[in-house]
Write a protein of this length. Structure first.
Length: 182
């Protein structure tokens, strides 16, 4: 079994090799697949993430669907994530240099119907490896929403070491596959 830090190092190096064209093609493929899922079609209230440069980009997807779906984004608050409505005009650089929503109109995670999660890596059982702070694991325990991970296909690894607090996703969508985990 590979340890978490080794997986993180390997994936980080692979992400560095992607050029902007590869990133755009991959993001389009991932979100075209997401749009076809029953979970997305039926959901009205969706928690997304505002992607960092090394993650599958969510920016175009958020803009494309913002008038038809209610999107929410996380904001770091200590060791937890607050959930706030997404509005392009209400984003500012927050913790870890991630654009986060501003304001005080917090949303209860239990009211979210679909959660799109970022990760460093996933395995085919839906286990996710984040950046190591546990923000998403704490958040995911507060919601019965469908959980879908999005990633580049090279972020799928054979086996992620699982700890008791880890929360798996129900599906992983990459630029090359849709992996149903439950």
């Amino acid at each position: 079994m590979t340890d978490k830090s080794e997986i993180r190092r390997k994936i980080k190096n692979m992400r560095k090799m992607l050029d902007e064209a590869d990133k755009a093609i991959a993001a389009e493929a991932v979100f075209n697949q997401l749009e076809k899922t029953a979970a997305f079609i039926m959901a009205k209230r969706i928690l997304m993430y505002h992607s960092l440069p090394d993650e599958v980009s969510t920016h175009a997807f958020l803009r494309k669907w913002a008038s038809e779906k209610s999107f929410f984004l996380p904001r770091v608050n200590g060791v937890d994530l607050d959930i706030l409505p997404y509005e392009q005009t209400r984003l500012e650089l927050g913790s870890f240099q991630i654009e986060e929503p501003t304001g005080n109109d917090l949303v209860d995670p239990s009211t979210i119907e679909l959660i799109i999660t970022p990760a460093v890596a996933y395995d085919r059982k839906g286990n996710r490896l984040g950046r190591g702070k546990g923000f998403y694991d704490r958040l995911l325990t507060q919601s019965s929403a469908t959980k879908i991970g999005v990633a580049y296909h090279f972020q799928i690894v054979d086996d992620i070491p699982v700890e008791p607090h880890d929360v798996p996703v129900d599906m992983v969508i990459t630029d090359k596959a849709v992996i149903i985990t439950k």
